[in-house]
Write a protein that binds this ligand. Structure first.
Ligand code: COA
Length: 294
């Protein structure tokens, strides 16, 4: 079954065949009421595949998710321990991503994930969010996709980006916080879900001190720009550049911004277009709300 193709998503044609669909891996008690009603969007036309992570029958699916996770993150010493997936994702939160019809997937992927073709659907990506104590705010803490294990020409363009987009859309997320490492390709994705405020630029409490912590008001106008790479006029109108930069190779630049955040000199923001246009190790301009720039 083919879904009508939104011209914006032509680079992600795999979304429209019906052989790759979103999945929701959430225990029944945590199911979202009225999913996909907060953000008006026609991107996700197929009904998601529902699975209960606490159901023993779904263990093979979960094991393949672990394979994606461990193989994507292994080299960064950030791979998720089993207890964390159970205690901090399956129990309190919301796990989602895309899954492919196993019979239609390249053998290579099944081998990479050690997955048997007796199962109808094979996970291809993972996104985890958990609600915080603050109403409307969720924390995203895991995003990965099989793309990171495949050569460019075999990748499913936008798989990582759309996995997070689907999760935010489906769970009606209003405000999303998260953490990522300066210089990570993930910053190119995370900056596209709403204007990205840097609420922490240095985190020695974390496994990686060069971790940035962000927050955004989810805004689907920004999502389109991941594909169009157009200027975000609303961003340019609202925020102006400061003379502060983050140099992903300089811990000092992170500590300086962190001190300014702690001194309440912010709020500080990053430009998604600038991040998209720059190489991962290039310096990033820090922005502020214009009337605060004096
Ligand atoms: C980061 C990750 C989730 C991105 O997902 P993905 O499916 O590979 O990426 P998408 O297809 O959605 O998006 C492609 C865009 O992402 C960016 N991107 C992805 N990988 C990149 C890389 N290695 N270097 C630079 N940019 C990269 C580019 O902007 C690219 O678009 P372009 O080729 O048109 O410039 C995935 O690579 C991954 O699983 N990485 C390992 C785990 C990880 O670090 N997760 C993030 C933790 S916060």
């Amino acid at each position: 079954m083919l879904a009508s193709i939104n011209p914006l998503l032509l680079k992600s044609e795999w979304m429209h065949t019906g052989d790759i669909r979103p999945y929701v891996f959430v225990r029944p008690e945590n199911q979202i009421e009225q999913p996909g009603t907060r953000h008006k969007l026609d991107w996700f036309q197929f009904e998601p595949i529902y699975k209960n992570p606490l159901d023993l029958k779904e263990l093979p699916f979960a094991e393949a998710i672990y394979q994606i996770e461990w193989k994507s993150f292994g080299h960064q010493s950030l791979s998720i321990p089993r207890w964390t997936f159970y205690d901090c994702a399956a129990m309190p939160g919301f796990i989602a991503g895309f899954a492919g019809r196993t019979s239609k997937l390249p053998r290579k992927i099944l081998e990479l994930l050690n997955y048997s073709d007796e199962h109808e659907w094979c996970p291809l990506s993972l996104f985890i969010i958990i609600p915080t104590m603050r109403k409307g705010e969720w924390v995203a803490y895991d995003l990965c996709a099989v793309n990171s294990m495949l050569p460019k020409e075999e990748q499913y363009y936008g798989l990582g980006f759309l996995s997070k987009a689907f999760g935010l859309w489906y769970a009606n997320v209003e405000q999303c916080s998260g953490m990522t490492q300066w210089g990570s390709p993930a910053l190119k994705l995370h900056s596209h879900y709403g204007h990205m405020e840097v609420i922490g630029s240095y985190a020695p409490l974390h496994t990686h001190a060069k971790t940035m912590t962000y927050r955004c008001e989810v805004n689907t106008d920004c999502w389109e720009k991941f594909y169009t790479r157009e200027n975000d006029l609303a961003f340019l109108e609202k925020y102006g550049p400061t003379n502060l930069v983050i140099d992903p190779t300089s811990e000092e630049s992170m500590i300086e911004l962190q001190n300014r955040i702690q001194n309440k000199e912010g709020p500080f923001y990053l430009s998604a277009l600038e991040i998209a246009q720059k190489n991962l190790k290039e310096k990033l301009t820090i922005y502020k709300i214009k009337q605060d720039n004096s």
